[in-house]
Design a protein around this ligand. Structure first.
Ligand SMILES: [Zn+2]
Ligand SMILES: [Zn+2]
Length: 340
């Protein structure tokens, strides 16, 4: 197997294909307990939920128990714990990124919550056919918006922009799309590591979720800075969702067993560890970096696993735990703890 683009490289472990669980990470030597085996800082896509934007630093995700952060940037709609974090965030997204987030914030600000968070988790996932149809349905409107953005004075073209902007807004879906489009634009060298990740061909949670994406697509075509328009396409947005679906890590508070869910991010190199309900690796977030440490002595050849479950989920019964893994991550857990 060719080594996947963006996969972690180490003397301590190697990535191999397995018969049942795709790619997996195996120890290449005996590793004692409490060994830091990897630090992953390659955050590619990130969503900080809108409700946490004033309390959680957009760069390092620090959080002061719900107190508002002092450095608030109302144009981009984010807050920072320090001038240093603000500057690093700006350096990371660049001028076009600042313009994109400013446009997204202008669209979202002062709108009611609308359809956000109304999704019923029990609704079925859209099929591949429904996904194709949903994107085809907005193709004509997208074409009109592009003409308007190219300077057309045609009334119908101008109206298409207004119609897109007036539609309900899903701020967190919009933020996910902005983050992904910016990645494609400003870090093309990282894109192949996203493509190399396991893909979920049916990534939308339900019909509302899919609708939120097609609407966000039209809205972004209407508002994003011109250099991003060629990357604002159904193909790129679909790739982002298919890779995000099973590869993102939750960004949670570092206290209280991670009870606060701030958002999520995709660190491609960190996505190669499989899940176990009794993992032999601990993962710990330090700012924007994930650190992986051995939870016990590990022998050469053992698979290295983390848990995908958050604090409270780890206490679930076997049946409910397996159901959660099936629903959220799309696999039947066959780990030792579930097999017993
Ligand atoms: Zn910070
Ligand atoms: Zn399990």
């Amino acid at each position: 197997m060719p080594y996947p683009h963006g996969a972690p490289v180490s003397d301590l472990f190697a990535i191999r294909r397995t018969p049942n669980s795709g790619r997996a990470v195996f120890a290449s030597q005996d590793i004692p307990a409490d060994t830091l085996i990897a630090k992953m800082d390659n955050l590619a896509i990130t969503v900080l939920l809108r409700q946490y934007r004033k309390e959680v630093c957009a760069h390092c995700f620090s959080y002061d128990r719900g107190n508002g952060l002092k450095m608030r940037d109302s144009y981009i709609g984010f807050a920072f714990c320090s001038a240093d974090c603000q500057q690093k965030w700006r350096d990371d997204v660049g001028d076009v990124g600042v313009a994109a987030w400013t446009a997204a914030e202008k669209l979202t600000k002062n709108r009611s919550k609308e359809d956000d968070e109304m999704q019923d988790v029990d609704d079925p996932r859209p099929t591949s056919k429904e996904i194709t149809q949903a994107w085809e349905k907005v193709a004509n409107r997208a074409a009109l918006i592009r003409l308007a953005r190219q300077g057309s004075d045609n009334k119908q073209h101008r109206k298409s922009i207004h119609a897109a902007i007036s539609a309900p807004i899903s701020p967190d879906v919009l933020a996910f799309c902005v983050s992904g489009i910016l990645l494609r634009y400003s870090k093309p060298e990282v894109w192949p590591s996203l493509l190399a990740l396991a893909t979920d061909p049916k990534p939308y949670h339900n019909a509302d979720d899919l609708l939120a994406f097609t609407r966000s697509y039209l809205q972004l075509l209407a508002i994003l800075p011109e250099p991003l328009l060629e990357f604002t396409t159904p193909e790129i947005l679909f790739v982002l969702s298919t890779r995000d679906s099973h590869n993102s890590f939750g960004i949670r508070s570092l206290e209280d067993e991670g009870s606060e869910f701030f958002g999520y991010g995709c660190w491609p190199a960190a996505s190669y560890f499989n899940h176990s309900c009794g993992p032999n690796l601990n993962k710990q977030r330090v700012g924007r970096v994930w650190e992986f440490t051995t939870a016990r002595d590990i022998q050469k050849g053992e698979e290295l696993c983390i848990t995908y479950l958050s604090g409270e989920e780890r206490q679930l019964s076997r049946g409910r735990r397996m159901e959660r893994l099936r629903r959220t991550w799309g696999f039947e857990c066959g780990c030792e703890r579930c097999e017993i």
